[in-house]
Design a binder for this molecule. Structure first.
Ligand SMILES: [Zn+2]
Length: 341
């Protein structure tokens, strides 16, 4: 009797731990709008393996990914990527070093769109990562050299996705190493403001919430940008690890108020082994639980800092996970229907 009881309790414990890891929302599809796998076909197959594992272990349906490029070779053959990804991956063409002059010209845009690219990813992080000391170049996104490109993107409705501006700047005493100097940080952010102001019809998904998510007042500035520029949206890639730097209520309130403009993303790259797929699946699940539950989650996508879950309402989750992506990106809605959603 005693043994049976012990076994029953043990089973109950195992089941409850397992159930805890499963999402309460198995019916909401999820789109990751911020990944970097480029042309790595083995890497793309790993994303399908990841999808299956998330379904099996966590009941979470990661239905599609946006591939923002990365690595040395630009994405060329979209047909092969469609085939290998079983039509679950759409791609942006990208420029990770606009500091030495944009890689593409305004006249390339129509051709890129006709090839099936869904947007143009531009990396405008801190210039000192790419320009050597004393080297001139185009350090800020509002450089006049970039004007013709933004004007043409605005004219044609080519989405800037995801446009990366600046890098994390934490509060005084905890600045974070990425962009520790607040003056430099605000120069980069101001450059972005100037572009948005000059091109109000430019459609932009700002990567990593435009890195305006590491201080409470940065979130207020994000409110100002989103309220001022209706064509601006933001992705959440790599931001979860900083949620402890801002006030919980402020962040949760912001997410609910601007839920039409926020998209799920991770910044996942490439990996090689089954064990790493397992680790990525666990990382995705931690992000899901941060958005969905009120539990304190040990770690997020990157890093292992505990983050308190935001417990967002179902309608908000639906928008962040897929409805906004369907509305904002070309081709996503069409693909989702073809995939049976
Ligand atoms: Zn990225």
């Amino acid at each position: 009797m005693k043994i049976t009881l012990t076994i029953s309790f043990a089973l109950l414990f195992v089941c409850s731990v397992f159930a805890q890891n499963k999402t309460q929302y198995p019916d909401i599809p999820r789109i990751d709008v911020h990944t970097h796998v480029a042309n790595n076909y083995g890497g793309i197959e790993k994303y399908l393996e990841l999808r299956n594992l998330l379904l099996k272990e966590y009941s979470a349906d990661l239905s599609m990914w946006i591939n923002l490029g990365g690595g040395k070779n630009p994405i060329r053959n979209l047909d092969s990527i469609n085939l290998v990804s079983e039509n679950r991956m759409l791609c942006a063409f990208s420029d990770f070093d606009p500091f030495h002059g944009l890689k593409y010209k305004p006249e390339d845009l129509i051709n890129k769109r006709e090839q099936g690219f869904i947007g143009f990813k531009i990396w405008y992080g801190p210039w000192y990562r790419k320009l050597k000391d004393g080297e001139k170049g185009f350090p800020y996104v509002d450089d006049p050299a970039n004007e013709p490109m933004f004007a043409e993107m605005e004219e044609l409705g080519v989405l800037a996705a995801s446009l990366h501006i600046a890098d994390p700047n934490g509060p005084f005493g905890n600045r974070t190493p990425w962009c520790a100097d607040p003056v430099e940080y605000w120069r980069e952010i101001t450059g972005f403001y100037n572009v948005l102001k000059k091109h109000p019809d430019l459609k932009v998904v700002a990567a990593h919430s435009s890195w305006l998510i590491c201080q409470d007042a940065q979130i207020d500035y994000l409110r100002f940008l989103l309220a001022t520029f209706p064509n601006l949206s933001i992705d959440l890639a790599a931001t979860f690890q900083y949620f402890d730097l801002v006030s919980y209520d402020n962040l949760r309130d912001f997410m609910i108020e601007y839920s039409d403009r926020i998209l799920f993303g991770t910044d996942a790259g490439t990996w090689n082994t089954k064990e790493e797929t397992q680790k990525r699946a666990a990382a995705y699940n931690r992000c899901f639980r941060i958005l969905e539950t009120d539990e304190t989650i040990e770690g997020s996508f990157f890093g292992d800092k505990p983050i308190k879950g935001l417990n967002l309402p179902r309608e908000v989750l639906e928008k962040i996970y897929y409805k906004n992506a369907v509305r904002i990106y070309p081709k996503v809605g069409e693909r989702m229907s073809e995939l049976g959603y």
